[in-house]
Design a protein around this ligand. Structure first.
Ligand SMILES: NC(=O)c1ccc[n+]([C@@H]2O[C@H](COP(=O)([O-])OP(=O)(O)OC[C@H]3O[C@@H](n4cnc5c(N)ncnc54)[C@H](O)[C@@H]3O)[C@@H](O)[C@H]2O)c1
Length: 345
């Protein structure tokens, strides 16, 4: 029987709950849950029978029995908590995105390397079976080449107001977009070549957000050309009025010979394949928990002394893509990705 790891989950919000469930399903022991908000941490701990709760992450992380620290905190806390956990000699699994900027990312990586611990990053949606299927189909030429992949998100202003804070979670281009940028890299097997985006703050006059000093861009049209010749397009607004009912459209990929439609990185049970005049519903074996699946892979790396499968490199590439999008919006220019990335590292 493989080792049961002892995990401290930091942050008891939506992702905190998913991490507690995922680690438990994967057969490991969540020894504590931490949150500054007692009203969040207590019910979560009670639901999963976890005895210890903390308000201070340092106290939780420093407990000698803790082997893995699972970070489910707002973006600005990914760096300080990762660094502290590594300094305490703990392995770290951190929610996406990696960090707000390359300075934070470099400090995290330095601390992890210095402590010789492992660092895993939470891009669990990229494990969706559909992504492997679509990648193979593109490789086999089922759709022809080049392909265009369109993703869309239309939403009312987010109930978690920190999503709208440029110094907090930094809006949808950082918070949600990262799932698409990593998916495009995976299915195109390629890095961005050029990045162009136009964006604005649709919610700038909303009184619900008037307490935020600097609002994040909430609305944009992003076009990324990949080295492979394929294109990723992301249209997004999180700036609509509360209770706005319009829905996002589904992810679509098409090339000269066919197309695919579905919630591609959302663990779908089926996707639609379009070839000539045929439309086929393709069933997929979705995961019961993508979080369990990602923790299985992380632990397999720990058990076998291998590097974590999704770590700093993926995090940096996706962060560079996000920052190139911000740069293009700011300057109105098409960003050459390779030279932009070189300047960041
Ligand atoms: N992988 C995914 O699919 C996915 C989905 C949603 C969110 N996320 C990421 O997960 C992270 C958390 O997002 P969420 O949706 O769970 O947010 P959330 O607001 O639901 O939860 C965050 C929790 O952190 C707590 N917190 C804040 N400061 C703290 C501190 N100093 N010490 C202890 N607790 C503190 C808050 O009280 C809150 O309960 C973000 O980085 C987000 O981008 C990932």
């Amino acid at each position: 029987m493989s080792k049961m790891w002892k995990v401290a989950v930091i942050g008891a919000g939506d992702m905190g709950r998913q991490h507690v469930r995922g680690w438990t399903l994967a057969g490991h022991e969540v020894v504590s849950v931490t949150d500054i908000d007692a009203e969040r941490v207590k019910p979560l701990a009670a639901e999963f029978g976890i005895e210890r709760t903390y308000a201070d992450y340092k106290e939780a992380v420093a407990q000698p029995e803790v082997e893995i620290v699972s970070i489910c905190l707002p973006l600005s806390l990914h760096a300080p908590v990762t660094i502290y956990a590594a300094e305490q000699g703990k392995h770290v699994f951190c929610e996406k995105p990696l960090a707000r900027n390359f300075r934070e990312a470099a400090a995290m990586e330095e601390a992890v390397n210095k402590a010789s611990v492992q660092f895993g990053l939470g891009f669990q949606r990229n494990l969706s079976r559909s992504i492997g299927v679509v990648k193979d189909w593109i490789e086999e030429g089922k759709l022809g080449r080049p392909v265009v992949c369109q993703c869309d998100s239309v939403a009312q202003i987010r109930p978690k107001r920190i999503m709208h804070d440029a110094n907090g979670n930094a809006g949808p281009l950082m918070d949600l977009g990262c799932h698409y940028y990593v998916m495009w890299q995976t299915i195109f097997q390629s890095l961005p070549k050029t990045v162009y985006a136009h964006g604005n703050v649709m919610a700038k006059d909303r009184k619900e957000l008037s307490h935020i000093e600097k609002l994040a861009i909430d609305t944009a049209a992003v076009t990324i050309e990949y080295e492979s010749g394929d294109t990723g397009i992301f249209t997004v607004t999180w700036g609509m009025a509360p209770n706005f009912k319009m829905k996002s459209y589904q992810d679509r990929i098409y090339g000269p010979n066919g197309g695919i439609e579905g919630g591609l990185n959302n663990n779908p049970k089926k996707i639609m394949l379009y070839e000539e005049d045929q439309v086929t519903e393709v069933p997929l074996e979705s995961y019961a928990s993508l979080h369990k699946a990602q923790f299985d892979l992380f632990v397999d790396a720990l058990n076998n002394g291998k590097p974590a499968p999704v770590s700093f490199q993926a995090g940096r590439e996706v962060l560079a893509t996000t920052l190139a999008i911000f740069k293009s919006i700011e300057t109105g220019e098409v960003i050459d990705f390779a030279s932009f990335y070189k300047q960041l590292v």
